[in-house]
Design a protein around this ligand. Structure first.
Ligand SMILES: Nc1ncnc2c1ncn2[C@@H]1O[C@H](COP(=O)(O)OP(=O)(O)O)[C@@H](O)[C@H]1O
Ligand SMILES: [Mg+2]
Length: 504
C-alpha cells in the first residue's frame, strides 16, 4: 500500500516536470509522415498537428485498440484499413466475431466468407506446413478450447491419431507436403479411434471413448464446420483485398475461437514462407475485434505474431472493450496502442501499468468523447520526447453528427462575460443515445427525442431539452442527475430546474 502511494506521487511529479521541460507531444517530424508512405489518422490535441501513422520507426506494425463500447474502435479499424489499402495496397483479413463488419465490407466491394453458413475450413489443412508442425498447432487449439490438458493419456492418443491420419493419406509427417495433396479431416481421426476401440487391444477403453467424445464436438453432422474439405483458401484470401470472415453463424464461442486460432496459425505460416520485401509497406493486416479468448491466452498465435515482430510486413490489429482480455504480452509488444474512452478504474490501472503513461493522460482518457484517443508508440531507438500523446479526434470516413446543448439562455450576462461556466455541451449521436438509455427512455422515445433534436439542427437550449425530457416522462430527480452528469454546479442546477418548472 505504502509503495503504491509512493509511486503515485512520483508519477505525478514526473508528469509535471515533463510538461514544463519538454513538449507534451512528439515533434512534428515524427508525427507527420510522407503521405505516400503513411496513413493519416487525425489531428493532435495540443498543437493540432496532423498525425500520420507509419511503423518505420516503431518496434513493429501491430496495433492494439481499447475503449468502451461505442468509443470508436471499429470505426478506427475501418478507416485505417481503407487508407492502408490506398497507401500500400494492403490486404486485410477481418476475423469478424459478431458479423459487425459485413455490411461495410460488402459496401466496399470486399469478400465475405460466412463460416457456419456454407463455408467450411478443414483444420487439418497444411498450407505447405509439415504435418508434425500442424499437429502441434491443432493440439494447441484443443488445449486452449477444451479440457484435454487435464487428461494426458487422451492428449497422447489424440496427437498420435492425428499423426496417423496424415500417414495413412500418404504424407511423410516430418516433411513439407507436395502442393495440392489433400489433407485428412477430423472424421478420419475419429474413424481411427473407433477401429482401435473395436479391435479391443488397447487397455484403457474409457480414455479412448472420452477422446472420441471430445473430438466429435467438432465433427458432428451439421456442426462439422472444421471437419470437412475446405471451401476457402486462406492463403489466397490473405492477399485478396478486403476479406471479412464472418464467424457469427457458428454455434458458439468455442467454434468461433477455433476458427480464429486456425486463421492466425495459417496466416502466420504463410507470412513465414513469403519472407519480406523492403520496398512495400504492410502486405496484410489481420483484425481481431472483441476476440477475447484468442487475444488473452498465452498459447494463441496472436502473441507469437506480435512477438515475431516486423519482419513479415504482417500487421495484427487487436481491439477490445476490456483491456484485461488482451494478454499483457500483446500490450507490451505492440508498436502502437490507441486508447479510446475508458471508464472503469481497474481497466485504466491495467493499461497504465503496462504502458506507464502519466496521470495527466490517465485523467484525459476517462473524459474522451467518441473518436478521441491517446496514442502510445514504441520507438525502436531511445527517444527524448513523450511516447504518449492525445488525438483530438480520429478523422474517419463517415461524417460525425454532433448534438449541441446550449446553456446561454440560463446564464447571466456576468457569467457569460466571466467565461467560467461551460456554455455548451456536445455529444456524438451514439454517445447521446447512450445517455438517454441510462435514463430508461424506451427505444421509441429515444428516436423521438433525437428526431426533435434533428429538427432544430441538432442545437437545443437546456430548458427546451429538459421540457422535452419531461414530456417523455423524466422526473425532476433525474433532471438533477442529468445536469450533475454534465458537471453543472448546484446553484445553476436549481436555477435551471426552477425555469423548467415555470415552462408549461
Ligand atoms: N472518430 C469518429 N468520427 C465519427 N464517428 C465516429 C468516430 N468513432 C466512432 N464513430 C461513430 O460512433 C459509433 C460507435 O463507433 P464504433 O466504432 O462502432 O464503436 P466501438 O467499436 O468502440 O464499439 C458509430 O456509429 C461510429 O460511426
Ligand atoms: Mg466495435
Amino acid at each position: 500500500m505504502t509503495l503504491m502511494k509512493f509511486q503515485n506521487i512520483m508519477s505525478n511529479e514526473i508528469a509535471k516536470r515533463v510538461f514544463v521541460t519538454r513538449p507534451p507531444e512528439p515533434p512534428a517530424n515524427i508525427l507527420i509522415g510522407d503521405p505516400l508512405k503513411s496513413v493519416y489518422i487525425g489531428t493532435t490535441k495540443m498543437f493540432k498537428v496532423p498525425f500520420t501513422w507509419t511503423y518505420a520507426n516503431l518496434t513493429n506494425p501491430h496495433i492494439a485498440i481499447v475503449g468502451i463500447t461505442g468509443s470508436g474502435k471499429s470505426y478506427f479499424v475501418k478507416t485505417f484499413l481503407v487508407r492502408a489499402n490506398y497507401v500500400w495496397g494492403t490486404s486485410a483479413v477481418i476475423v469478424d466475431w459478431a458479423g459487425e463488419y459485413k455490411a461495410w465490407v460488402k459496401q466496399s466491394g470486399g469478400t465475405i466468407v460466412s463460416l457456419g453458413k456454407g463455408a467450411y475450413i478443414n483444420i487439418m489443412d497444411l498450407s505447405g506446413m509439415k504435418p508434425l508442425d500442424r499437429v502441434k498447432q491443432i493440439m494447441n487449439s484443443f488445449e486452449l478450447l477444451t479440457d484435454i490438458s487435464d487428461f494426458p493419456e487422451q492428449k497422447r492418443l489424440t496427437e498420435e491419431a492425428i499423426e496417423q491420419a496424415y500417414t495413412n493419406m500418404g504424407f511423410n509427417v516430418s516433411e513439407k507436403p507436395l502442393a495440392g495433396k489433400e489433407a485428412p479431416t477430423l472424421k478420419d481421426v475419429i474413424t481411427l479411434f473407433q477401429e482401435k476401440l473395436q479391435d479391443g487391444t488397447y487397455e484403457y477403453p474409457a480414455e479412448l471413448e472420452n477422446a472420441i467424445y471430445r473430438l466429435r464436438q467438432f465433427a458432428r453432422e451439421g456442426e462439422d464446420y472444421f471437419a470437412r474439405k475446405s471451401t476457402i483458401d486462406l492463403g489466397q484470401l490473405a492477399s485478396s483485398g478486403l476479406v471479412d470472415i464472418d464467424l457469427s453463424g457458428l454455434p458458439d464461442e468455442r467454434f468461433r475461437a477455433l476458427a480464429a486460432l486456425f486463421i492466425l496459425q495459417t496466416l502466420k505460416e504463410k507470412m513465414r514462407f513469403e519472407g519480406w520485401s523492403e520496398s512495400k509497406g504492410l502486405k496484410t493486416i489481420v483484425v481481431l475485434d472483441e476476440a477475447w479468448k484468442v487475444a488473452s491466452d498465452n498459447r494463441s498465435d496472436a502473441i507469437t505474431i506480435v512477438r515475431e515482430g516486423r519482419k513479415y510486413q504482417f500487421g495484427l490489429i487487436v481491439a477490445s472493450q476490456n483491456p484485461t482480455d488482451i494478454n499483457e504480452a500483446i500490450f507490451s509488444n505492440v508498436g502502437t496502442t490507441f486508447i479510446l474512452r475508458i471508464k472503469f478504474e481497474k481497466f485504466i490501472n491495467y493499461i497504465q501499468g503496462s504502458l506507464n503513461f502519466s496521470d495527466f493522460i490517465r485523467s484525459e482518457i476517462t473524459k474522451f468523447g467518441v473518436g478521441q484517443a491517446a496514442v502510445e508508440m514504441a520507438f525502436q531507438t531511445a527517444i527524448r520526447f513523450p511516447e504518449t500523446f492525445i488525438l483530438e479526434k480520429i478523422y474517419g470516413e463517415e461524417p460525425l453528427s454532433v448534438y449541441n446543448i446550449e446553456l446561454n439562455g440560463v446564464l447571466t450576462q456576468a457569467e457569460i462575460a466571466a467565461n467560467i461556466i461551460s456554455r455548451e455541451y456536445q455529444f456524438e449521436t451514439n454517445e447521446f443515445k447512450n445517455i438517454l438509455i441510462e435514463y430508461k427512455f424506451s427505444a421509441e422515445d429515444i428516436n423521438a427525442i433525437i428526431g426533435e433534436f434533428d429538427q432544430k439542427s441538432r442545437n437545443v437550449g437546456i430548458i427546451d431539452l429538459l421540457v422535452l425530457f419531461r414530456q417523455f416522462g423524466m422526473n425532476s430527480n433525474d433532471m438533477v442527475r442529468f445536469l450533475k452528469g454534465l458537471g453543472i454546479d448546484d446553484s445553476l442546477i436549481s436555477r435551471i430546474i426552477t425555469r423548467v418548472g415555470k415552462n408549461g
